[in-house]
Design a binder for this molecule. Structure first.
Ligand code: PLP
Length: 379
């Protein structure tokens, strides 16, 4: 990016995202990691994150340094028992597949229930898998599969998991803070997310909201010292401190981002803003002639996957470069099996930003000479 931030630069990606000036400004001072003020900030942020999921009674928030994947790997390694644990991983995209890789690499027994990238797992099928295999201890679900933008049926999967007496781990990375997830309504042993998606913080910190009793039972289970959330939790209990160098500036930014989240009106208001962004984007793309990968009923208001147009004159890289020069950053690289590109609706972006993006796309199409018909996907 060589252009100055005028017009406003926006990231229409699945994270890191456009952040608020107050969030960036919160990073302009240094913090002593063992200082009282930082210990207090850590406690405050942990409590605020747990409260967002209504999990403050039986759950506790344990943050971990790194991106979201670090938090997913830490949670699975900490909670799925080494010897008698077995995870049923529900897969319909790249993030579900990543969880399978984590289980393979850290040596946690697992089986996979895979559906197509545009198909949520049916709760009845999951119930049948659980009935078939009494050795399954955990179900692992990706809430919003960011590969496609699909919203998986969390409440239904949580209900069948609970009925079968198994534990649920939710990768809520791309939904946490924007889509409702209430731990007094659904039963989950752990919910995993990160600072830099719908909370609109800076990247560098993940966290899990975990049942306290599960953490107590998990002492000594983790595969890695730095990713041992039970050990980190015990250390927080004793000292209020992080075990190893914390991302001090990122935590301060998250604290400020949580202020902004609260001022906006919490999860409901943030979800409503993203939903409005998504509506403007999807309607506008369809009006131009593009086809979205998902039907509206499965589309979460997080990121929109667009089928790659058939017309050879359509050049995604040229579109990307043109929008980039106008301060609009798309996400290059598809992760769906079908050719596609994605445009995010999350971060400090608003309906006007979506309209500006659509206008810029329309201009780019005119310049490429792509006709409306040419925007249909290859059969
Ligand atoms: C972003 C994301 C992750 C974590 O990705 P990182 O690049 O490690 O931050 C995990 N799961 C889902 C569903 C995500 O959207």
């Amino acid at each position: 990016m060589t252009e100055p931030a005028d017009p406003k630069q926006i990231l229409l990606t699945p994270g890191p995202l456009t952040t608020a000036p107050t969030t960036r400004e919160a990073m302009l001072r240094d913090w002593g990691s063992r200082d009282g003020a930082f210990i207090e900030m850590t406690a405050r942020v942990r409590a605020r994150l747990a409260a967002l999921a209504n999990g403050s009674e039986i759950h506790v928030c344990v943050p971990v340094q790194g991106s979201g994947t670090f938090a997913v790997e830490a949670t699975i390694g900490t909670l799925v028992p080494r010897d008698r644990g077995r995870a049923l991983v529900l897969v319909n995209g790249a993030y579900g597949k990543r969880i399978v890789r984590i289980c393979q690499i850290i040596g946690r027994s697992h089986i996979v229930h895979e559906t197509a990238e545009d198909t949520p797992p049916a709760a009845g099928d999951v119930a049948a898998r659980l009935a078939d295999d009494a050795t399954i201890t955990h179900v692992v679900l990706v809430h919003c599969e960011t590969t496609s933008g699909l919203l998986n049926p969390l409440a239904e999967i949580a209900a069948v998991t609970r009925t079968a007496g198994r534990k649920l781990i939710v990768d809520a990375m791309s939904s946490f803070g924007a889509l409702p997830l209430d731990l007094s309504d659904i039963t989950a042993e752990a919910v995993v997310a990160s600072a830099n998606k719908c909370l609109e913080g800076a990247p560098g910190l993940g966290f899990a909201i975990i049942e306290k009793q599960a953490l107590a039972a998990a002492a000594g289970n983790a595969h890695a010292l730095s990713l041992d959330l039970a050990d980190q939790h015990a250390y927080f209990e004793r000292t209020g401190q992080w075990r190893f160098t914390p991302p001090t500036h990122v935590l301060a930014a998250l604290d400020a981002a949580l202020d902004a989240h609260e001022a906006e009106g919490g999860v409901a208001a943030r979800g409503a803003r993203y939903t409005a962004n998504c509506r403007v984007l999807v309607d506008g793309l369809r009006a131009l002639g593009f086809e979205t990968f998902l039907p509206d009923a499965l589309q979460a208001p997080i990121i929109v996957t667009v089928r790659m147009p058939v017309d050879p004159k359509f050049d995604f890289q040229a579109l990307y470069d043109r929008l980039n020069r106008q301060g609009i950053v798309l996400y290059p690289g598809a992760v769906t099996q079908e050719k596609s590109f994605r445009i995010g609706c999350i971060g400090q972006v608003f309906e006007d930003d979506m309209r500006r993006t659509l206008a810029a796309i329309a201009d780019a199409l005119a310049e490429m000479g792509v006709a409306r018909d040419g925007l249909r996907p290859a059969a």
